[in-house]
Ligand binder design. Structure first.
Ligand code: PRP
Ligand code: URA
Length: 213
């Protein structure tokens, strides 16, 4: 699949198998999502530019490297919040933006309801985070929204991708690099990823059909 970077570490595979399990409760789901996010951060940030710096250690001068520009993190509400903490932990200097998007369950089209993007996103690389890439409608709309606000450098990170979503992103944004922990089989008739993990937002926030509303 074009522009798709699958991060297939044994630990990620192990934790993803637990996360997918329908009997995994909300608190465990959150912890696993956090763990996988931490592990993915390592690969997702591999291409970031560094600048040389001289550091005075207690013993001498060390020639070191630091990030040229900390990336801006942008997450798609709600489920993206489940992965945001791990990226913030590894990138504590990163500003954070939010895009509110809700997929219409009938049309499967994303409906945008909120946007707050740091101005640094125009000059720094942006890591766009959402655990699920299904039809690709939400991710495509999010990238288009960022680009229309002058953002030039974006990578997209998800946990589980459907082939349909990767293809849709390839069509709408041919240069966008996509990082995922798994590429699943397909979408079902309701636009859910198969086998997937169900509704990520519901599983992170306890708003599924069996939960008290
Ligand atoms: C989920 C998910 C993505 C979107 C993916 O969010 O977090 O944003 O669906 O589907 P797509 O690729 O077909 O657009 P949802 O719209 O269910 O909102 P939520 O996070 O508030 O539950
Ligand atoms: N959104 C989800 O949370 N899960 C899917 O399988 C598809 C869209």
């Amino acid at each position: 699949m074009k522009n798709l970077h699958l991060i297939e570490h044994p630990l990620i595979r192990h934790k993803l198998s637990l996360l997918r399990d329908k009997s995994t409760p909300m608190h465990e789901f959150r912890r696993l999502l956090d763990d996988i996010g931490l592990l993915m951060t390592y690969e997702v940030t591999r291409e970031l530019d560094s600048v040389p710096v001289e550091v005075e250690t207690p013993v001498g001068t060390a020639e070191c490297n630091r990030l040229a520009k900390p990336p801006v993190l942008v997450t798609i509400l709600r489920a993206g919040i489940g992965m945001l903490g791990s990226f913030m932990q590894m990138l504590p200097e990163s500003p954070v933006g939010f895009l509110g998007m809700q997929r219409n369950e009938e049309t499967l089209q994303p409906e945008s309801y909120y946007s707050k993007i740091p101005s640094a996103a125009r000059t720094h690389p942006v890591i766009l985070i959402d655990p699920m890439l299904a039809t690709g409608g939400s991710a495509s709309a999010a990238v288009a929204h960022l680009e229309s606000h002058g953002v030039r450098e974006i990578v997209f990170v998800c946990l589980v991708a459907a082939p349909e979503g990767v293809q849709a992103l390839n069509r709408s944004h041919p240069d966008l690099q996509i990082y995922a922990a798994a590429l699943d089989d397909r979408l079902n008739e309701h636009g859910y990823i198969v086998p997937g993990l169900g509704d990520a937002g519901d599983r992170v926030f306890g708003t599924g059909a069996d939960d008290i509303r």
